[in-house]
Ligand binder design. Structure first.
Ligand SMILES: CC(C)(COP(=O)(O)OP(=O)(O)OC[C@H]1O[C@@H](n2cnc3c(N)ncnc32)[C@H](O)[C@@H]1OP(=O)(O)O)[C@@H](O)C(=O)NCCC(=O)NCCS
Length: 193
């Protein structure tokens, strides 16, 4: 059954262009993950707030290496993009930013993130989300990026607002957390016409 519209992002084009490294400002950058980040990922997932909102823990460096290998492979599959937020000079891990659930036909994807406890409160996450959204909705060719967080996660709502993702509504009982079902606040940023 032939489609009546062309795909927003031609299949193969993002894999061919390779995953970009992006400048975030304030001495940080977004870069592809390195296997050497595994220890820092284990430490990040020891944080109760990351466990609470990402509903996962890391039990060993080996397990984190496995996650990183998967994060490194999804760009070539054109299914997801995963970046480490890192100090440009130090290489220290400051956080994680992902573009998940790619739909190349409609040009859509979902943004997810965390920052390590020591890096919180200085605006690094909204700056990183802004840099990624500007690349994705520009050169990357995406049309619409969605971002959602539990209605109980006010810090994440601030990140969305500061990165220019407009609130679109609440999806009731949409995500299971350790303490039960949470209503999820949906935000989105759409490419300019
Ligand atoms: C949500 C999160 C990514 C914000 O990242 P960040 O780089 O600290 O972002 P900001 O510095 O812009 O802070 C965002 C808001 O967090 C709050 N905040 C400020 N200092 C903080 C601190 N030391 N610790 C936690 N939150 C803080 C503030 O309300 C701030 O909003 P404001 O700018 O209006 O004051 C980070 O707190 C985090 O990783 N939390 C745990 C995991 C999580 O919630 N992930 C998102 C799931 S949807």
């Amino acid at each position: 059954m032939p489609a009546l519209t062309p795909p927003e992002i031609p299949a193969g084009s993002l894999a061919a262009s390779g995953q970009p490294t992006l400048t975030v400002g304030g001495g940080a950058l977004l870069r592809p993950w390195l296997i050497g980040d595994a220890q820092a990922v284990v430490e990040a997932f020891g944080d109760p707030a990351i466990q609470r909102w990402h509903v996962r823990r890391a039990d060993s460096v080996d397990e984190a290496r496995g996650w990183i290998r998967r994060w490194q492979g999804t760009w070539g599959d054109e299914t997801e993009g995963h970046w480490a937020v890192a100090g440009a000079d130090t290489g220290t891990l400051l956080g994680r930013l992902s573009l998940k659930a790619w739909n190349l036909t409609d040009g859509t994807a979902e943004v997810a993130y965390w920052t390590v406890p020591a890096a919180r409160g200085s605006g690094i996450c909204p700056r990183a989300v802004t840099a990624l959204a500007e690349w994705a909705l520009g050169e990357g060719g995406f049309h619409r990026l969605e971002l959602e967080h539990s209605t109980a996660n006010e810090a994440s709502c601030r990140v969305a607002a500061k990165a220019g993702f407009e609130a679109e509504g609440v999806r009731r009982g949409a995500a299971l957390h350790v303490d039960g079902w949470h209503d999820m606040h949906l935000h989105a940023r759409v490419a300019p016409e």
